[in-house]
Design a protein around this ligand. Sequence first.
Ligand code: FO1
Length: 311
Amino acid sequence: MITVLAGGVGAAKFLQGLVKIVDPSEVTVIVNTGDDVELHGLYISPDVDTVTYTLAGLADEARGWGLRDETWECLAALKRLGHETWFNLGDRDMGLHIHRTQRLRDGATLSEVAAEVASALGVGCRILPMSDQRVETRIKTRDGDLGFQEYLVKRGAGDPVQAIDFAGIEDARPADGVTSAIEEAQGIVIAPSNPLISIGPILAVKGIREALAGCKAPVVAVSPIVGGKAIKGPAADMMQALGLEVSAYQVAELYRDFLDAFILDYADADSLERVRGLGIKAIATDTIMKALPQKMALARSALRALGVESK
Ligand code: FO1
C-alpha cells in the first residue's frame, strides 16, 4: 500500500498520475480537513472533494476546484434572497454537500461519508479525512482571526498572515485507518501541497507526525515550492509572512524529522546538497504537472525514491 498525505489541487494532480502506475486499490489518501467550512447550513470539505472529484474524472481541472460543466442556479437563488455568495458552490457540487450534511446529522462520520462518496463516484483509492473531529484552520491577521476560506476566497489571501491556528486540534484524533495506513504502508508520499495549511493540519493531529517518524516505510515529499514560488495558492506569501525562507529547502526542513527523501524541481537543483545536509536523500526532476505524462512521471519518481516498483 502507498499512503499519500494530501491537500487539494496539487495532491489531486499527483494522485491522477499515481493511480495510472499503481493499482488504485493499493493507494490510501489521507486528506486535510482544516479547510472545511459550513455555509448555507451545509458542511463543505474542499480538499476531500477536490481529491475525490479529480480521481473520479469529474473535476474542473482548469478552475482547480468543483465539478466540470457546473451550473450555478442555486447560488444565484441564494444571492437573490440576500445571502452572501462569495464561496462559489455549483448546483451539482451542492448535491454532495447536502448528502454529506444529512449523513453527518444522522450520525455518520466524515470518513464514512468520504468512503460512500468515493465509492458512488467510482474512485478506487481509499480516501480518508485526517480526522473525524472538526479541525478548523484559522488565520490570524491585523483585522482579526479569519476562517481559512474567508481568508483565501472572500478576502483573496491579501491579508498578511500573523499566525496560523488549528482550532480543535487538541481534541482531534486520527480517523479510523489513518495511523494504520502509515504504519502498514510500503511507502509514504507527502504530496506537493502547502506545508503550512494543507499538510500542516494533518501533521498536527495527535499521533500522525509521530507515526510518520516511527514508521518502517520510507517517506518522500514532493516540493510545492518551485524557484521560490508556490505552484498554486498562498504558500509562498504565508511562508514569507511567518519568517520562513520561501524555498524547496525550507519545505524539506519543515519535514526533516520524518523525511527519508525529497523531490524538488530542476529549477531548485542548486539546493540538492543543502537538503542532503539534512540527512535526506534529494532528487531533482520536473515537478510541474501540466498533463498526465508529467503527473505519471512525477509519481514514478516518488515511487523510485521509495524503492517501490510501479506498473
Ligand atoms: N476557491 C476559490 O478560489 N473560490 C471559490 O469560490 C471556491 C469555491 C469552492 C467550492 C467548493 C470547493 O470544494 C472548493 C472551492 N474552492 C474555491 C477551492 C478551495 O477554497 C481551496 O482551493 C481549498 O480549500 C484549498 O485547497
